[in-house]
Ligand binder design. Structure first.
Ligand code: RNT
Ligand code: ZN
Length: 419
């Protein structure tokens, strides 16, 4: 390790020790928190099932060269990403990322073997897997409806699809010895004002009940449901709203997925964690960066990202929270997008681990808001960057010059893809 880095770390360690914080312990904790990396940033949510256009009211803009076109390219890209970020990782898959041809079957007939390639990849890289039914970008996503469709043929198709996905998620969990979080998000909604707000929600409840009523053990997975405020083409009404899924998850004791882009622009998920976790067993986070709408920009060091991590660490909610990323940007190098998003997430988490939590909790309880504000503000300029640099160096990973490795990969691999 470079002497500069070690020296800076020693000074940082001393500074933190003075306020009762053990930097070695903070690094150890950070290293153990899995971050679930969304596979779909590598290929703009295209998947390997067909060449259907992206639907469901989400959008990827940009055409930066070198997007992954198949399993081999996508896993090669992910391995490059792994080499540039330390710590425990999972890969979050969508159901359209099959590793063998479906040969006449549609996605309502998926089986675990269709994803065997991912299990092999996960074992080889020592990562876990998470999963999602893909209820969009498919001809059966009709009239803006999937699981909440009034058309029984459409609704039952998506129930079959989701049931198949629940089975596959459990297979991942069992094969890897690490629970898989299987998350259901559907785009269902209406462009214009609904006449009834209730009917579609009743149908969604029926569908979810059918999906949950499995006749086999799925103890190696965690089911989650993801709400949304609006999507393109569903501006006036979203069936799976926040209240809908909070109620459904609490009643059925399944996980609630909170996506940071799925609320009003001035509404933040960081303040929802402590309330929701009083009533639901677990939370799945989709960390994203909304810019004026659910734009899914690359995650960066924003106040909200820091507040999310602070909330989890200060209130001891981390062990019931699964951290996942959900962004997609095709205007910049996709590998760089991953590295920026994952590192920002880790840095925010590290900052939270580097707080004298017990001390500040005590100050707040004693109503000493002056010291609370003073110390929290001081902490912002503590040398947490030197601690992160040391963590990277310990793992043999480049710090500020990581982009050189990405640029070399762009030249050697991405440019040769010719797309
Ligand atoms: C869409 C949701 C959903 C998707 C991914 C691809 O608004 O956030 O989680 O982004 O499943
Ligand atoms: Zn999401």
């Amino acid at each position: 390790m470079e002497e500069k880095i070690e020296k800076a770390y020693r000074l940082a360690k001393e500074a933190y020790a003075k306020i009762g914080v053990d930097t070695d312990k903070a690094i150890e904790k950070l290293d153990q928190v899995p971050i679930s990396i969304q596979c779909w940033q590598a290929d703009d949510i295209q998947g390997f099932v067909n060449s259907n256009a992206l639907t469901g009211g989400i959008q990827v803009t940009g055409n930066y060269p070198g997007k992954a076109r198949n399993f081999q390219e996508l896993t090669q890209d992910l391995e490059k990403v792994f080499s540039l970020v330390p710590g425990k990782k999972k890969v979050n898959l969508h159901a359209i990322y099959v590793t063998r041809p479906l040969e006449g079957r549609d996605i309502d007939a998926l089986v675990p073997e269709d994803f065997a390639g991912w299990v092999e990849f996960a074992k080889k890289n020592g990562v876990g897997l998470d999963f999602n039914p893909t209820c969009f970008s498919h001809p059966m996503f009709k009239d803006n409806f999937s699981l909440a469709s009034p058309d029984e043929e459409v609704r039952s198709f998506w129930v079959r699809h989701a049931k198949a996905c629940v089975r596959i998620g459990d297979y991942f969990g069992k094969a890897l010895g690490e629970k898989c979080v299987t998350n259901i998000w559907i785009p269902d909604g209406m462009k214009d004002d609904p006449y009834s707000h209730l009917e579609a929600r009743k149908r969604l409840t029926t569908s979810l009940d059918e999906i949950l009523a499995t006749d086999y053990d799925h103890s190696d997975e965690i089911l989650a449901v993801e709400s949304k405020f609006f999507g393109i083409g569903a501006e006036s009404y979203t069936v799976g709203s926040s209240e809908f899924y909070l109620g459904y998850a609490a009643k059925n004791q399944i996980a609630l997925c909170l996506d940071s882009g799925h609320f009003h622009p001035n509404e933040f998920i960081s303040d929802k964690l402590s309330s929701a976790l009083l009533y639901v067993p677990e939370i799945l986070l989709h960390i994203s960066r909304p810019v004026n709408w659910d734009s899914d920009h690359v995650v960066t060091d924003t106040d909200e990202l820091n507040h999310i991590m602070e909330g989890l660490v200060r209130d001891g909610l981390l062990d019931r929270t699964h951290i996942g990323l959900d962004f997609f940007d095709a205007t910049i190098n996709r590998i760089a997008a991953y590295v920026i998003g994952i590192r920002s997430t880790q840095k925010a988490l590290l900052k939270a681990f580097l707080e004298p939590t017990e001390y500040l909790l005590g100050k707040e309880k004693a109503l000493d808001y002056t010291e609370r504000l003073a110390l929290v503000e001081e902490l912002k300029s503590y040398p947490w960057g030197d601690v992160y640099a040391y963590y990277l160096a310990k793992n043999g990973i480049p710090n500020h010059d990581w982009l050189d490795a990405v640029k070399a990969y762009e030249k050697e691999v991405l440019e040769k893809r010719g797309n």
